[in-house]
Design a protein around this ligand. Structure first.
Ligand SMILES: [Zn+2]
Ligand SMILES: [Zn+2]
Length: 260
């Protein structure tokens, strides 16, 4: 069974391809399920490159048109990748109930931080990773999210692995199990290549093997995601490398997720 629940489109302003382009690629590669999960727009706050709020219905209609046109060939799901920000709680409800979005992927690119927002890509010390993890756990506790994207995204900050990093991992794994939300090993991390670390040697920034050692031991259900920003990356060599990484780590790989 071939699935991908993490797919972007040209609307986010840093990807190529329409919904139909991804669907055609998915059909060509023999996919069973394609989840569209472009970056969610926010009504009152812009977080940089993503679709403007004015395009939200265009995106929704685009996915629904593809469902009508290609629904016999594969299952297409209407979703968004979204941060969990406490102040936007009612908005996530509106997405699921008002806009009838089928699923939300939690991608915690930003998190609440002392009345403001912190970028998960710009963390200076490992204590901030613990705060990232707490915000992820809070997001998962809401029940809005069907999948946790790149739980180890803070690996891009290349901080050394210490007790805080273990604590971050434990908080996320515990929340994923308690609230029954699968994790994702993310091929975009593999696409970023490896770094060399004095203590850990050569490794991917993410998927970070230290995180996944613990996730594998805890047997947390995990999907492989392409996180593709170009149709040709939906099922490329890096997706295969991601699966190989997951298999070698002994991760509990699942192919499909339960939509909340
Ligand atoms: Zn993106
Ligand atoms: Zn993401």
């Amino acid at each position: 069974m071939l699935t991908n629940y993490h797919t972007h489109t040209f609307r986010c302003q840093h990807a190529n391809g329409t919904v139909e382009d991804y669907v055609r690629e998915a059909i060509a590669k023999g996919f069973d399920i394609l989840g569209m999960s472009d970056h969610v727009p926010y009504p009152h706050y812009e977080f940089g490159y993503r679709m403007p709020m004015a395009e939200i219905w265009d995106y929704i209609y685009e996915v629904e048109d593809a469902q009508k046109k290609f629904g016999k060939q594969l299952q297409i799901l209407l979703g968004f990748e979204s941060e969990y920000l406490c102040a936007k709680r009612s908005y996530y409800e509106e997405l699921l109930e008002g806009y009838q979005v089928e699923y939300l992927v939690l991608g915690q690119h930003f998190f609440d931080y002392g009345g403001s927002f912190k970028s998960s890509y710009a963390l200076k010390d490992s204590a901030e990773c613990v705060r990232y993890a707490k915000s992820v756990a809070e997001g998962l506790s809401t029940g809005y999210f069907s999948l946790l994207a790149h739980p180890d995204i803070v690996g891009v900050n290349c901080l050394s692995w210490d007790r805080n990093m273990d604590e971050m991992t434990d908080i996320i794994l515990e929340a994923a199990m308690r609230y029954d939300v699968p994790l994702e090993v993310n091929a975009n991390g593999i696409r970023r290549g490896t770094i060399h670390d004095k203590e850990l040697g050569r490794h991917y920034m993410y998927p970070h093997f230290k995180f996944w050692e613990k996730a594998a031991a805890a047997k947390v259900p995990t999907v492989i995601s392409s996180d593709c920003h170009m149709p040709s990356l939906l099922y490329d060599a890096d997706v295969l490398r991601t699966r190989q990484f997951a298999e070698e780590m002994g991760i509990n790989i699942i192919e499909n997720i339960t939509i909340k």
